[in-house]
Write a protein that binds this ligand. Structure first.
Ligand SMILES: [Zn+2]
Length: 137
């Protein structure tokens, strides 16, 4: 089935992320001045404002920071309601917004803040593989 949801448009600035995603790697921007990882990718470190940034391969692991059950959505996402969105505390630092997999949106009481999650990538097209996070405990 063709991917029918909005597809991000990779730019030269975010190309390392999308290249990694195609190989199943979670690439993350890190500042070489303060050594902190940030998400989303920026041209300037949001913590110390340095411009010396690099890409590192993340562990692809994190924990649920918070979540919400979505009962209404726009476009093709409407076909998937209810679904769960979450913020993930990345093991390397900072947070990533995601659609959470491996959970039952009809039983939100079973979703635990702090639960361990792993990233997985879903091909949207030949060049863009989109990260989702799955509960693994
Ligand atoms: Zn910095």
């Amino acid at each position: 089935m063709p991917y029918d949801k909005p597809i991000p448009d990779p730019s030269p600035h975010t190309k390392p992320f999308w290249d990694g995603a195609k190989e199943g790697k979670l690439m993350l921007p890190r500042c070489t001045n303060c050594n902190r990882v940030h998400w989303y990718p920026r041209l300037i470190c949001p913590f110390c404002h340095a411009r010396e940034l690099e890409w590192i391969e993340g562990s692809g692991e994190g924990r649920i920071h918070t979540f919400a059950v979505q009962h209404r959505a726009m476009g093709a996402w409407a076909n998937e309601t209810p679904f769960v969105t979450a913020y993930i505390d990345l093991n390397e630092g900072d947070r990533m917004a995601t659609v959470l997999r491996g959970v039952d949106p009809n039983k939100p009481e079973t979703i635990k803040i702090g639960a361990k999650v792993k990233v997985e990538f879903e091909p949207a097209n030949e060049d863009v593989h989109i990260p989702f996070w799955r509960v693994v405990e």
